[in-house]
Design a protein around this ligand. Sequence first.
Ligand SMILES: Nc1ncnc2c1ncn2[C@@H]1O[C@H](COP(=O)(O)OP(=O)(O)O)[C@@H](O)[C@H]1O
Ligand SMILES: [Mg+2]
Length: 238
Amino acid sequence: MVAATGSPEGVRNKVEVRDLAIRYGSATALAGVSLEVREHEIFGIIGPANSGKTSFLRALNRMDLFTPGMAVEGQILFDGRDVRKWRNVYALRRRIGVVFPLPVGLPLTIYDNVALAPRLRGIRKKAELDVIVERCLQRAALWDEVKDRLDSLGSLLSGGQQQRLTIARALSQDPDLLLLDEFSIAVVTNLVQQARRLADRTAFFLTGEMVEVGETDALFAGEVRDERTRQYLEGRFG
Ligand SMILES: Nc1ncnc2c1ncn2[C@@H]1O[C@H](COP(=O)(O)OP(=O)(O)O)[C@@H](O)[C@H]1O
Ligand SMILES: [Mg+2]
């Protein structure tokens, strides 16, 4: 396989986006976005409110199918395969987990929230489910806080805990790709620092346009292609 533009040779792309445009009715939310997310990397997307970040994640796991008026143009390849060519969108969405800022509270206990997907996959043995539930809650950094009350309702947890529960639930599907959309719970400056700590590469979106994409360290060191990126990272707007 030929390495796609922008990725060093030998590096596999998990996601390849080509000339993506997203519209809601006649309003364009995002246009002309092309980027790759490499296998095993943590890829950050930053940008002020309404830049198209959440819309981008929605397009990745085909939520446009369930969002009235949302239209996606261009191409999104996941493991080299066009996400629109998956006949079973639920199979695609099991491999791409998404965690949105507002936790969708399932009226279930903490345990059942995390055990739901494994049960749907056919796992019935309590001992086996116990192992999965503990592992997912550990990985979501929630286990210590809830291990003594796994039978209480997930919706009784604090907002931050519910968000981690949602992450545990997403992990229980064993996704290949996990999309975390936490923009609306963080201040922009915080988020920029979060991207700096977590992301190998970062894309900067601004008013429906991708200004640039680059190595996070380089961007924060001021090696930017576009002056607006420097200004945003320096906190001069947004
Ligand atoms: N369901 C929707 N219907 C109509 N417009 C939407 C919808 N979701 C988002 N938009 C619009 O798309 C643009 C991008 O929004 P969004 O992707 O949520 O940006 P961000 O996540 O960066 O804040 C905004 O102008 C927003 O109002
Ligand atoms: Mg958003």
